[in-house]
Design a protein around this ligand. Sequence first.
Ligand code: CA
Length: 310
Amino acid sequence: MKTIIRPLIGVMLLASLSIPALAGASGYTETRYPIVLVHGLFGFDTAAGLDYWYRIPEELRRDGAQVFVTQVTAAEDTEVRGEQLARQVEDILATTGADMVNLIGHSHGGPTVRYVASVYPDMVASATSVGGVNWGARLADVLQGVVDNVPFSGDLVGYLGNALAGLIDLFSGGGNQQDILAALQALTTAETLAFNQQYPEGMPSQYCGQASRLGSNGVSYFSWSGAKPLTNAFDPSDVLLGATSIVFLGEKNDGLVASCSSHLGMVIRDDYRMNHLDEVNQVLGLHDIWSTDPVTLYRQQANRLKNYSF
Ligand code: CA
Protein backbone atom coordinates (compact mmCIF):
# COMPACT_ATOMS: atom_id res chain seq x y z
CA MET A 1 0.00 0.00 0.00
CA LYS A 2 2.36 2.56 -1.21
CA THR A 3 -0.19 5.31 -1.51
CA ILE A 4 -1.17 5.42 2.10
CA ILE A 5 2.38 5.71 3.36
CA ARG A 6 3.44 7.94 0.56
CA PRO A 7 4.29 11.47 1.57
CA LEU A 8 2.20 14.34 0.31
CA ILE A 9 1.29 13.76 -3.26
CA GLY A 10 1.02 17.47 -4.00
CA VAL A 11 -0.03 18.26 -7.46
CA MET A 12 -0.01 14.82 -8.93
CA LEU A 13 -2.83 14.82 -11.41
CA LEU A 14 -3.61 11.36 -12.59
CA ALA A 15 -5.64 12.49 -15.51
CA SER A 16 -4.30 15.13 -17.71
CA LEU A 17 -6.19 17.18 -20.17
CA SER A 18 -9.57 15.87 -21.01
CA ILE A 19 -10.15 14.28 -24.32
CA PRO A 20 -12.09 16.69 -26.50
CA ALA A 21 -15.60 15.65 -27.26
CA LEU A 22 -15.56 13.26 -30.13
CA ALA A 23 -17.48 13.96 -33.27
CA GLY A 24 -20.96 12.65 -32.78
CA ALA A 25 -20.82 12.91 -28.98
CA SER A 26 -24.15 14.04 -27.64
CA GLY A 27 -22.93 16.74 -25.28
CA TYR A 28 -25.06 15.09 -22.55
CA THR A 29 -22.21 15.37 -20.03
CA GLU A 30 -20.67 18.55 -21.38
CA THR A 31 -20.58 20.66 -18.24
CA ARG A 32 -19.60 24.31 -18.31
CA TYR A 33 -16.83 23.68 -15.75
CA PRO A 34 -14.42 20.73 -15.50
CA ILE A 35 -15.41 17.78 -13.32
CA VAL A 36 -12.85 16.91 -10.63
CA LEU A 37 -13.05 13.48 -8.97
CA VAL A 38 -11.73 13.06 -5.40
CA HIS A 39 -11.21 9.61 -3.88
CA GLY A 40 -11.91 8.40 -0.36
CA LEU A 41 -10.18 6.29 2.21
CA PHE A 42 -9.14 3.72 -0.35
CA GLY A 43 -6.53 5.79 -2.09
CA PHE A 44 -4.28 3.35 -3.87
CA ASP A 45 -1.39 3.20 -6.19
CA THR A 46 -2.52 3.61 -9.75
CA ALA A 47 0.60 1.73 -10.81
CA ALA A 48 -1.36 -1.34 -9.81
CA GLY A 49 -3.35 -0.67 -12.94
CA LEU A 50 -6.69 -0.41 -11.21
CA ASP A 51 -8.61 2.82 -11.56
CA TYR A 52 -10.41 3.96 -8.41
CA TRP A 53 -13.22 5.45 -10.53
CA TYR A 54 -13.70 2.38 -12.68
CA ARG A 55 -14.76 3.48 -16.20
CA ILE A 56 -16.32 6.66 -14.82
CA PRO A 57 -13.97 9.33 -16.27
CA GLU A 58 -14.09 7.67 -19.69
CA GLU A 59 -17.86 7.51 -19.77
CA LEU A 60 -18.14 11.15 -18.68
CA ARG A 61 -15.67 12.29 -21.32
CA ARG A 62 -17.44 10.34 -24.04
CA ASP A 63 -20.20 12.93 -24.20
CA GLY A 64 -18.18 16.04 -23.70
CA ALA A 65 -17.11 16.44 -20.06
CA GLN A 66 -13.62 17.55 -19.10
CA VAL A 67 -12.64 15.22 -16.26
CA PHE A 68 -9.70 15.28 -13.88
CA VAL A 69 -8.88 12.52 -11.40
CA THR A 70 -7.01 13.87 -8.39
CA GLN A 71 -5.08 12.11 -5.69
CA VAL A 72 -4.69 13.25 -2.11
CA THR A 73 -3.08 11.49 0.82
CA ALA A 74 -5.29 8.59 1.82
CA ALA A 75 -4.65 8.48 5.56
CA GLU A 76 -4.83 12.09 6.58
CA ASP A 77 -7.27 14.44 8.19
CA THR A 78 -9.76 16.31 6.07
CA GLU A 79 -8.15 19.74 6.19
CA VAL A 80 -4.80 18.41 4.99
CA ARG A 81 -6.48 16.49 2.18
CA GLY A 82 -8.53 19.58 1.36
CA GLU A 83 -5.49 21.82 1.06
CA GLN A 84 -3.83 19.25 -1.22
CA LEU A 85 -6.95 19.20 -3.35
CA ALA A 86 -7.14 23.01 -3.46
CA ARG A 87 -3.63 23.19 -4.95
CA GLN A 88 -4.64 20.67 -7.62
CA VAL A 89 -7.82 22.63 -8.39
CA GLU A 90 -5.69 25.76 -8.84
CA ASP A 91 -3.57 23.86 -11.34
CA ILE A 92 -6.65 22.62 -13.19
CA LEU A 93 -8.03 26.15 -13.41
CA ALA A 94 -4.69 27.40 -14.71
CA THR A 95 -4.43 24.58 -17.24
CA THR A 96 -7.96 24.80 -18.59
CA GLY A 97 -8.64 28.51 -18.18
CA ALA A 98 -11.91 27.62 -16.48
CA ASP A 99 -13.26 29.92 -13.75
CA MET A 100 -14.49 27.13 -11.47
CA VAL A 101 -14.74 23.36 -11.15
CA ASN A 102 -17.42 20.82 -10.28
CA LEU A 103 -16.08 18.66 -7.44
CA ILE A 104 -17.28 15.10 -6.91
CA GLY A 105 -15.96 13.24 -3.87
CA HIS A 106 -16.52 9.65 -2.73
CA SER A 107 -16.46 8.53 0.93
CA HIS A 108 -13.85 10.67 2.73
CA GLY A 109 -13.75 12.59 -0.56
CA GLY A 110 -17.16 14.03 0.43
CA PRO A 111 -15.86 16.08 3.37
CA THR A 112 -12.72 16.81 1.35
CA VAL A 113 -14.64 18.54 -1.45
CA ARG A 114 -16.79 20.32 1.14
CA TYR A 115 -13.64 21.75 2.70
CA VAL A 116 -12.46 23.22 -0.60
CA ALA A 117 -15.95 24.56 -1.38
CA SER A 118 -16.10 26.18 2.04
CA VAL A 119 -12.64 27.74 2.11
CA TYR A 120 -12.30 28.49 -1.61
CA PRO A 121 -15.89 29.04 -2.82
CA ASP A 122 -14.74 31.20 -5.73
CA MET A 123 -13.11 28.12 -7.32
CA VAL A 124 -16.09 25.81 -6.89
CA ALA A 125 -19.36 25.75 -8.82
CA SER A 126 -20.64 22.60 -7.16
CA ALA A 127 -19.68 19.96 -4.61
CA THR A 128 -21.18 16.47 -4.93
CA SER A 129 -20.77 13.82 -2.26
CA VAL A 130 -21.17 10.12 -3.10
CA GLY A 131 -21.41 7.81 -0.08
CA GLY A 132 -19.84 10.68 1.83
CA VAL A 133 -18.85 10.49 5.47
CA ASN A 134 -20.58 13.76 6.27
CA TRP A 135 -22.02 12.83 9.65
CA GLY A 136 -19.56 10.23 10.89
CA ALA A 137 -18.80 6.63 10.07
CA ARG A 138 -20.10 4.23 12.67
CA LEU A 139 -17.30 1.83 11.86
CA ALA A 140 -14.82 4.54 12.79
CA ASP A 141 -16.67 5.07 16.08
CA VAL A 142 -16.55 1.39 16.88
CA LEU A 143 -12.89 1.09 16.01
CA GLN A 144 -12.20 4.13 18.13
CA GLY A 145 -14.16 2.55 20.93
CA VAL A 146 -16.52 5.45 21.46
CA VAL A 147 -19.85 3.77 20.82
CA ASP A 148 -21.22 2.53 24.10
CA ASN A 149 -24.27 0.74 22.78
CA VAL A 150 -22.42 -1.65 20.53
CA PRO A 151 -21.36 -4.71 22.51
CA PHE A 152 -17.97 -4.86 20.94
CA SER A 153 -14.91 -6.46 22.37
CA GLY A 154 -11.31 -6.65 21.37
CA ASP A 155 -12.28 -9.58 19.17
CA LEU A 156 -14.89 -7.57 17.31
CA VAL A 157 -12.52 -4.69 16.74
CA GLY A 158 -10.00 -7.16 15.39
CA TYR A 159 -12.67 -8.71 13.17
CA LEU A 160 -13.71 -5.32 11.78
CA GLY A 161 -10.13 -4.19 11.41
CA ASN A 162 -9.35 -7.32 9.47
CA ALA A 163 -12.36 -6.84 7.19
CA LEU A 164 -11.28 -3.30 6.52
CA ALA A 165 -7.67 -4.31 5.94
CA GLY A 166 -9.03 -6.92 3.55
CA LEU A 167 -10.78 -4.23 1.56
CA ILE A 168 -7.60 -2.21 1.44
CA ASP A 169 -5.59 -5.26 0.40
CA LEU A 170 -8.04 -5.91 -2.36
CA PHE A 171 -7.35 -2.52 -3.82
CA SER A 172 -3.76 -1.88 -3.03
CA GLY A 173 -2.00 -5.17 -2.57
CA GLY A 174 -0.68 -4.82 0.95
CA GLY A 175 -2.71 -3.22 3.74
CA ASN A 176 -1.35 -1.23 6.62
CA GLN A 177 -3.90 -1.33 9.39
CA GLN A 178 -2.11 1.36 11.38
CA ASP A 179 -2.70 3.87 8.62
CA ILE A 180 -6.31 2.86 8.24
CA LEU A 181 -6.99 3.47 11.90
CA ALA A 182 -5.31 6.86 11.68
CA ALA A 183 -7.52 7.80 8.76
CA LEU A 184 -10.61 6.54 10.50
CA GLN A 185 -10.01 8.89 13.39
CA ALA A 186 -10.98 11.82 11.14
CA LEU A 187 -14.18 9.98 10.30
CA THR A 188 -15.58 9.43 13.78
CA THR A 189 -18.91 11.10 14.51
CA ALA A 190 -17.29 13.46 17.02
CA GLU A 191 -14.62 14.58 14.56
CA THR A 192 -17.06 15.05 11.68
CA LEU A 193 -19.46 17.09 13.82
CA ALA A 194 -16.62 19.40 14.81
CA PHE A 195 -15.68 19.63 11.13
CA ASN A 196 -19.29 20.43 10.20
CA GLN A 197 -19.37 23.32 12.66
CA GLN A 198 -16.33 24.82 10.98
CA TYR A 199 -17.43 24.09 7.41
CA PRO A 200 -21.23 24.02 7.58
CA GLU A 201 -22.19 24.89 4.02
CA GLY A 202 -24.49 22.41 2.36
CA MET A 203 -25.05 20.33 5.50
CA PRO A 204 -28.56 19.61 6.76
CA SER A 205 -29.26 21.08 10.20
CA GLN A 206 -30.06 17.68 11.66
CA TYR A 207 -29.03 14.08 11.11
CA CYS A 208 -30.70 12.64 8.04
CA GLY A 209 -32.22 15.99 7.11
CA GLN A 210 -32.11 17.80 3.80
CA ALA A 211 -30.45 21.07 2.93
CA SER A 212 -31.15 23.30 -0.02
CA ARG A 213 -29.11 22.83 -3.17
CA LEU A 214 -27.57 26.27 -3.00
CA GLY A 215 -25.28 26.80 -0.03
CA SER A 216 -24.80 30.15 1.71
CA ASN A 217 -21.46 30.44 -0.10
CA GLY A 218 -23.04 30.26 -3.56
CA VAL A 219 -21.85 26.68 -4.18
CA SER A 220 -24.40 24.05 -5.22
CA TYR A 221 -24.36 20.87 -3.13
CA PHE A 222 -25.60 17.40 -4.08
CA SER A 223 -25.35 13.88 -2.68
CA TRP A 224 -26.30 10.29 -3.27
CA SER A 225 -25.46 6.94 -1.73
CA GLY A 226 -26.25 3.26 -1.77
CA ALA A 227 -27.95 1.24 0.95
CA LYS A 228 -27.18 -2.38 0.16
CA PRO A 229 -23.96 -3.96 1.50
CA LEU A 230 -24.28 -7.20 -0.48
CA THR A 231 -25.00 -6.79 -4.18
CA ASN A 232 -23.05 -9.26 -6.30
CA ALA A 233 -21.94 -12.78 -5.38
CA PHE A 234 -19.02 -12.59 -7.79
CA ASP A 235 -17.53 -9.49 -6.16
CA PRO A 236 -14.95 -10.46 -3.50
CA SER A 237 -15.43 -7.13 -1.72
CA ASP A 238 -19.04 -7.93 -0.85
CA VAL A 239 -18.19 -10.35 1.93
CA LEU A 240 -15.94 -7.72 3.50
CA LEU A 241 -18.57 -4.98 3.27
CA GLY A 242 -21.11 -7.42 4.63
CA ALA A 243 -18.80 -7.91 7.60
CA THR A 244 -18.33 -4.21 8.27
CA SER A 245 -22.06 -3.51 7.89
CA ILE A 246 -22.87 -5.32 11.15
CA VAL A 247 -21.96 -2.23 13.16
CA PHE A 248 -25.05 -0.41 11.89
CA LEU A 249 -27.46 -2.63 13.83
CA GLY A 250 -30.11 -2.37 11.14
CA GLU A 251 -29.66 1.27 10.14
CA LYS A 252 -29.70 1.77 6.37
CA ASN A 253 -26.09 1.70 5.13
CA ASP A 254 -23.81 0.90 2.20
CA GLY A 255 -21.50 -1.34 4.23
CA LEU A 256 -19.31 1.48 5.49
CA VAL A 257 -21.44 4.65 5.68
CA ALA A 258 -25.00 5.13 6.95
CA SER A 259 -27.30 6.51 4.27
CA CYS A 260 -28.33 9.31 6.62
CA SER A 261 -24.68 10.27 7.17
CA SER A 262 -24.22 10.76 3.43
CA HIS A 263 -26.77 13.58 3.14
CA LEU A 264 -25.48 16.84 1.70
CA GLY A 265 -27.37 19.62 -0.09
CA MET A 266 -29.86 18.22 -2.57
CA VAL A 267 -30.16 14.51 -1.75
CA ILE A 268 -30.65 12.87 -5.12
CA ARG A 269 -31.26 9.49 -3.49
CA ASP A 270 -29.81 7.67 -0.48
CA ASP A 271 -30.92 4.11 -1.08
CA TYR A 272 -29.58 2.84 -4.36
CA ARG A 273 -29.02 -0.92 -4.42
CA MET A 274 -25.30 -0.30 -4.12
CA ASN A 275 -22.62 -0.83 -1.54
CA HIS A 276 -19.76 1.54 -0.74
CA LEU A 277 -17.58 0.23 -3.56
CA ASP A 278 -20.39 -0.13 -6.11
CA GLU A 279 -20.70 3.64 -5.74
CA VAL A 280 -17.41 3.97 -7.63
CA ASN A 281 -18.26 1.03 -9.92
CA GLN A 282 -16.02 -1.47 -8.12
CA VAL A 283 -14.84 -4.07 -8.15
CA LEU A 284 -14.41 -3.91 -11.94
CA GLY A 285 -18.01 -2.94 -12.50
CA LEU A 286 -19.54 -5.81 -10.50
CA HIS A 287 -22.74 -4.45 -8.99
CA ASP A 288 -26.37 -5.43 -8.45
CA ILE A 289 -27.60 -6.43 -11.88
CA TRP A 290 -31.11 -5.15 -11.04
CA SER A 291 -29.81 -1.73 -10.06
CA THR A 292 -28.90 1.33 -12.07
CA ASP A 293 -25.38 1.11 -13.46
CA PRO A 294 -23.25 3.24 -11.08
CA VAL A 295 -21.68 4.95 -14.11
CA THR A 296 -25.11 6.15 -15.18
CA LEU A 297 -25.47 8.13 -11.95
CA TYR A 298 -22.30 10.10 -12.75
CA ARG A 299 -23.50 10.76 -16.28
CA GLN A 300 -26.85 11.93 -14.96
CA GLN A 301 -25.12 14.17 -12.44
CA ALA A 302 -22.94 15.70 -15.16
CA ASN A 303 -26.10 16.41 -17.13
CA ARG A 304 -27.73 17.90 -14.01
CA LEU A 305 -24.68 20.14 -13.50
CA LYS A 306 -24.80 21.13 -17.15
CA ASN A 307 -28.45 22.13 -16.91
CA TYR A 308 -28.15 24.22 -13.77
CA SER A 309 -27.07 27.71 -14.66
CA PHE A 310 -24.19 28.47 -12.35
CA1 CA B 1 -19.40 -4.28 -6.21
